[in-house]
Write a protein that binds this ligand. Structure first.
Ligand SMILES: NC(=O)c1ccc[n+]([C@@H]2O[C@H](COP(=O)([O-])OP(=O)(O)OC[C@H]3O[C@@H](n4cnc5c(N)ncnc54)[C@H](OP(=O)(O)O)[C@@H]3O)[C@@H](O)[C@H]2O)c1
Length: 323
């Protein structure tokens, strides 16, 4: 089978498209034929050494996808060959076949196609976590959403709007404004350098926003703090781009609450994963969520997808399609 692997850490050039044997299924695992693999910003970080460093080289790239069950390992119940499934947090998903822990699998309902299912796993669960668990958005709340035309950003915007909030989006270039607005953003600020807080304050009559969702690195951190109203909430979530080098807790202003939102806390058990994925599929079926596929690449061109995402050129979800 074909797979995308890397033998060393580094830039997109370390990704190799190779032929390798299909992985053997172990107890508790399921072998799947991948129809669609999702690209996440996390993959860029993993390629650089942010996670999975305990795995031997060559390491399989990618953590998310959709496809069909081929074989179930010992002790697995609830899945059978032929079932349509999606998953998140299974290394080696950029491949024609992958072994996935059964606990990381969700059934795909007939109402949802594979592309949508793959697209919504990590970014949809993240957006759902942020707007319902981390800071349960209330009607009338104003939220600042960074990278608002990205995978997480478009879904987060839609969920906040569904809950009755108002969204101020920030995007790095004018070409991304229409996508953020289509997702429901009430206002969109174009800024690539972290110079947005004055405009947020102007748009909120000087008050600031109730909640900031910021995974955009050190350049936006101070502006996000400055954009919050008293007792507001700062959801920081971007380990790939990082945050401030040092943070003096006594420098945090206005009684704000600051935390690191992690999507895995939304799906801490297989039951929660399946319940929350089912909620996303229902939202898609009911038209609450529209999943925007920004681009599809052949599996062999995974490096191109990474270049587009890290180069701030992508809008919505990027997918890889095995031949
Ligand atoms: N904590 C969690 O549980 C969790 C889960 C999933 C994702 N994430 C994080 O969420 C963020 C979005 O992930 P995603 O997969 O949905 O990707 P994405 O938003 O589709 O793509 C990444 C976006 O980040 C912005 N960006 C890229 N390079 C940048 C740079 N050097 N400086 C500043 N901004 C840059 C760009 O938006 P603009 O050009 O518009 O700024 C780009 O579109 C990432 O930070 C990712 O690590 C966190």
């Amino acid at each position: 089978m074909k797979a995308v692997v890397y033998n060393r850490l580094g830039g997109p050039e370390v990704l190799e498209y190779i032929e390798r044997p299909a992985p053997a299924v172990a107890p508790g695992q399921v072998l799947v034929r991948v129809s669609v693999a999702g690209v996440n910003f996390m993959d860029v970080g993993v390629r650089q050494g942010l996670a999975w460093n305990d795995l031997p080289f060559p390491r399989g790239m990618g953590v998310e996808g959709a496809g069909r069950v081929v074989e179930v390992g010992e002790g697995v119940s609830g899945f059978a060959p032929g079932d349509r499934v999606a998953w998140v947090y299974a290394p080696g998903s950029y491949a024609e076949m992958a072994v996935v822990p059964a606990d990381a699998l969700v059934p795909i309902p007939d109402s949802t196609d594979d592309r949508t299912a793959a697209a919504i796993m990590m970014q949809g669960l993240t957006a759902s976590h942020f707007a319902t668990d981390f800071y349960p958005v209330q009607p009338g709340d104003v939220a600042l959403v960074h990278a608002a035309a990205g995978g997480v950003g478009l879904l987060l915007t839609q969920i906040i709007k569904h809950r009755g909030g108002r969204v101020i989006g920030r995007v790095s270039s004018a070409g991304k404004v229409a996508a953020a607005k289509e997702a429901g953003a009430d206002e969109v600020i174009v800024d690539a350098d972290g110079d947005f807080a004055q405009e947020v304050l102007r748009l909120t009559g000087g008050e600031g926003v109730h909640v900031v969702y910021d995974g955009s690195g050190p350049a936006t951190f101070q502006g996000s703090l400055d954009s919050l109203r008293r007792c507001g909430t700062f959801c920081w979530y971007g380990p790939v781009l990082g945050g401030p080098e040092h943070l003096n807790i006594m420098s945090l202003p206005k009684s704000i609450k600051l935390g690191y939102g992690v999507y895995r806390d939304h799906i801490a058990t297989p039951a929660l994963l399946r319940e929350r994925a089912a909620q996303l599929f229902d939202w898609v079926k009911d038209g609450v969520l529209k999943v925007r596929i920004g681009a599809e690449y052949p599996l062999a061109d995974a490096a191109q997808a990474h270049i587009a995402m890290a180069g701030r050129a992508s809008i919505g979800k990027l997918l890889l399609i095995p031949a």
